[in-house]
Structure formats: structure tokens, C-alpha cells
Design a protein around this ligand. Structure first.
Ligand SMILES: Nc1ccn([C@@H]2O[C@H](COP(=O)(O)OP(=O)(O)OP(=O)(O)O)[C@@H](O)[C@H]2O)c(=O)n1
Ligand SMILES: O=C(CO)[C@H](O)[C@H](O)COP(=O)(O)O
Length: 437
């Protein structure tokens, strides 16, 4: 078995994981790793005719960020993926390069695509073969290539792991979903010819994985007609390399943005996801730890997941890659420096500003006079900090709680409504959109 848990034992992804095993802590993020080189090809050279929009769907923006960037990020977060090739139309090379710079994507390069999806994927696969000579310091020729449509932004690390492992073992692997409608064949006059037994058929989705040799050979051997009219890479592997792909049922979120309404559905999913979790940073204060623990229990009833950590150092820094909402709880001593430190950690994480981050600073203050005058000075300072943070797409809010006057349950209620309100910044009113599949 060449898959493994990443080192350090459980490092990176709090919400992208296989189900927790018995005895595993609620707050222990972990990621399964493969120990062979894996690269990704993202075909993004289509024109998106079916959306009816001028802009190809992969370049349509949600919350100021193009769809392709969300998809890249889903792969970039996976530590065991060594490189990503994005294939775009020649005329969009500059646009794509700009997106990569603007959203600070790493491990990515852009190559020109072709007139059909197969031609574009083939360009990406060939480009991976060239990596070795050109950028040997950065990547070696992959053992496994994962192919994923750029317009399927919701792929998770655990599913990629399954595809990569199955591709390595079998030569090819692909995602499938149950059919939602029966498939029928029509006569040329538009009458029913026959229908297929739905129980026997599946929809082929993405991602798909191949050993490099299989996908390379499949494209070397296939015909011009395959390049022009084919829609299925797994079929090429079977027909030209004799490799029968392992099929793995994937989650419904693998659906492909195809029509205009899918863009709206994708946007809703992104906003909904952002709203549902937050990371509570407690610092060293015992009061803060107690408050965070109580808050965490209460959050379950608000359908929100709260991870509680002491700081964002070391392994905890990985939360900066996965969370959008941070609640910084501090004790009764003035601690503006903690807020400054968290802002510095954000900068150091160099994370692409996908959406505004929300940081809520909760300060437990005592009600003596000295504390009150300090508090006023802090209010001015925090407003200055918040103005500066806003320029980096970070919304910083402060809340002070005079703890001697108010019982803990009241803090909880105040914090609960604050979290609810602030995280809704990511979320517009739910719309009635459903994906096209
Ligand atoms: N010549 C092409 C055609 C498609 N694709 C990519 O293949 C993926 C899936 O294809 P599809 O949904 O059909 O996208 P479009 O071809 O853009 O859409 P349409 O068929 O509506 O024009 C998309 O990421 C698309 O950009 C590609 O890289 N090169
Ligand atoms: O489902 C797929 C793999 O089998 C592909 O994503 C699909 O073929 C590409 O989209 P389209 O056929 O709409 O161009």
C-alpha cells in the first residue's frame, strides 16, 4: 500500500477528509498522502457555449474570483499533488497567467489547448512530459496524472486520493454517479428506438486518473476521429491500452458547470460552505479557553463547526489555508498585539484572498477604571487596524465583554449572534438554484 497519512501525522485539511475513525478527536485535521508523484491536467480551453454567455464559464467570477481559480485551489491545497497544468485557448494565455499571479497560485503552469477537449487534455499531458527537463528542480515526470474539468470546482482531497491510488494500481480510474434519468436511443425520425436499463449504467464524471504511460500512449495511438468526437478518456485507455478503469462512485458535488444556472448554484455552494465553520484562537488565557469550549458546544446547535486552537503557529498554521472565519478570544489583559500577530500570520500564509476573511476579536475585559481607559485606547487602535486590514480583504471586528457584569450564557448568546451575522457576510440570501444534473 503506497498511500499513507501525511507527515506530521495529521497535518492539513480540517474539512476535507475521510470520515473520522472511532476515538479520533473532532479537531484533528488530517490528510491521506500518496507517495508517488501525481500531477494534474485541468482542461480549460472551452468556450462554454451552453451557458449562452460571452465569457467562457471557467473565467466567470464569483465574489471577485474566477471559477478556474476555485478549481485550482482545490488541487493546490492537496500537499501530495506536485504540479498542475492548466490548458487554455491561446488567446486566453495572458488572462490565465494574470489569474495565477493575482490569486497567488503555486505549482501551476499554463499551456495552450486545442479545438476539442481531447486535444486540450493531450496538450496538458504532453506538457507534463516536458516538465522533467525544463523544471527538474520543481517536479519529476508524474507516475499518475489526474484529469479534471476546470469547471468542476468542488473536488475534495479524499476523493482525489481514492482516484490516484486506484489509477496507480489499475492504470486508470474514474468517478461515476448514478444516472438521474433513463438514457434512450432515438431513431433518425425522432421516435424511440430503445431504452437502456438504468440500473446497469452510470454517468461518467471527473476526476479521472491514469498512470502517465497509459494516458500518454492512449493519446499517441488514438485516431483523429477520437480527438474530434470522443468524450471519454477512460474509453481511450481501454481501447488503445487494454486498461479497464476502476470506477469509483463520487459525491454529487462533482457535477460540471454546464449551463448558466449552474454558475448560480456553484456560487451558492461556495458561500454556504464559507459560512459553516470558524476557527477559535484562544491564546494562553485560561478564561479564553473556557469561553471557547463553551462556544464550541453551543455552535453545534447553530449548525456551525468550530475548531479551537491555541494559536496559528506550526501545524495550526494549516487552518489559515482552510478557514475563512476566525474568532480570536483573549483574556482580560490588553492584548492588541494578539490581533496584530494574527494579521501578520495571515500575511505570512500568503493565502490567495478568495473572499474576505472575517476575524472577530472577543476581548474579556474587567470593569475597573484602569481597564476601561485602556479599553478606550484599544478601541481607537483596533479601528485603525481594521481599516488597514480591510485593504487586504480582511474584515476585522471587535467585541468587548465586561465579564464581571454578565453571566457566561449571555456571552454565548452575544457571540452566537455575532458569529451568525458575520459569517453571513459570505452568504447572500439562499436562492432557488439547483445544478443541472
Ligand atoms: N476545446 C476544449 C473544449 C473543452 N475544454 C474543457 O473541457 C471541460 C469540459 O467541457 P465542457 O463542459 O463541454 O466545456 P465547454 O466546451 O467550454 O462548454 P460547451 O460545450 O457548452 O461549449 C471544460 O473545462 C472546458 O474548458 C477544453 O479544455 N478544450
Ligand atoms: O463527463 C466527462 C467524462 O466522461 C467529461 O467531463 C465530459 O465528457 C466533458 O464535457 P462535455 O461532454 O459536456 O464536453
Amino acid at each position: 500500500m503506497e498511500g499513507d497519512i501525511c507527515d506530521p501525522d495529521r497535518a492539513a485539511y480540517p474539512r476535507i477528509f475521510p470520515p473520522r475513525e472511532a476515538g479520533e478527536s473532532d479537531h484533528q485535521p488530517f490528510e491521506r498522502c500518496v507517495n508517488f508523484p501525481v500531477s494534474v491536467v485541468l482542461p480549460a480551453a472551452g468556450t462554454g457555449e451552453r451557458t449562452g454567455l460571452q465569457t467562457p464559464k471557467q473565467f466567470c467570477s464569483f465574489l471577485g474570483r474566477p471559477l478556474i481559480s476555485y478549481t485550482i485551489q482545490a488541487f493546490e491545497r492537496v500537499s501530495w499533488i506536485q504540479s498542475i497544468v492548466v490548458v487554455v485557448l491561446k488567446e486566453n494565455m495572458a488572462l490565465m497567467t494574470d489569474i495565477i499571479q493575482r490569486f497567488q497560485h503555486r505549482k501551476v503552469r499554463v499551456v495552450p489547448g486545442g479545438s476539442t477537449r481531447h486535444r486540450s487534455i493531450c496538450s496538458g499531458v504532453l506538457a507534463l512530459g516536458e516538465l522533467e527537463g525544463e523544471e527538474s528542480h520543481a517536479a519529476v515526470q508524474p507516475k499518475v496524472v489526474i484529469i479534471h474539468d476546470a469547471v468542476r470546482p468542488f473536488v475534495e482531497a479524499d476523493f482525489l486520493y481514492k482516484i490516484a491510488m486506484a489509477a496507480k494500481e489499475q492504470g486508470a480510474a474514474g468517478a461515476i454517479r448514478p444516472l438521474v434519468s433513463t438514457v434512450i436511443a432515438t431513431t433518425s425520425e425522432g421516435y424511440l428506438d430503445h431504452s437502456l436499463d438504468r440500473a446497469k449504467y452510470r454517468a461518467s464524471e471527473m476526476p479521472q486518473g491514469f498512470t502517465y504511460d497509459v494516458i500518454y500512449q492512449a493519446y499517441q495511438r488514438c485516431t483523429e476521429s477520437d480527438f474530434d468526437f470522443g468524450t471519454e478518456c477512460l474509453h481511450l485507455a481501454l481501447q488503445y491500452c487494454g486498461v479497464s478503469a476502476k470506477l469509483i462512485e463520487g459525491p454529487p458535488t462533482l457535477w460540471k458547470v454546464t449551463y448558466k444556472r449552474d454558475l448560480a448554484a456553484a456560487e451558492s455552494i461556495i458561500k454556504e460552505t464559507l459560512s459553516r465553520s470558524a476557527c477559535v484562537v484562544t491564546g494562553a488565557s485560561a478564561q479564553a479557553v473556557t469561553l471557547a469550549g463553551t462556544l464550541q458546544k453551543a455552535a453545534r446547535t447553530w449548525d456551525m463547526e468550530l475548531n479551537v486552537i491555541p494559536d496559528l503557529k506550526g501545524d495550526n498554521g494549516s487552518y489559515l489555508l482552510t478557514e475563512w472565519n476566525f474568532i480570536l478570544v483573549s483574556g482580560s489583559l490588553p492584548c492588541l498585539s494578539e490581533v496584530e500577530a494574527i494579521l501578520t500570520d495571515f500575511k505570512a500564509a500568503n493565502r490567495a484572498p478568495l473572499h474576505p476573511f472575517v476575524i472577530v476579536w472577543v476581548h474579556l475585559s474587567s470593569s475597573d477604571e484602569l481597564s476601561i481607559s485602556r479599553t478606550m485606547a484599544e478601541q481607537v487602535a483596533i479601528m485603525d487596524l481594521a481599516s488597514a486590514a480591510k485593504l487586504q480583504n480582511i474584515f476585522l471586528y471587535g467585541i468587548q465583554i465586561h465579564q464581571s457584569k454578565i453571566p457566561l450564557e449571555v456571552y454565548m448568546r452575544a457571540l452566537g449572534s455575532l458569529c451568525g451575522n458575520l459569517t453571513s457576510l459570505h452568504r447572500k440570501k439562499p436562492r432557488n438554484h439547483s445544478p443541472s444534473q
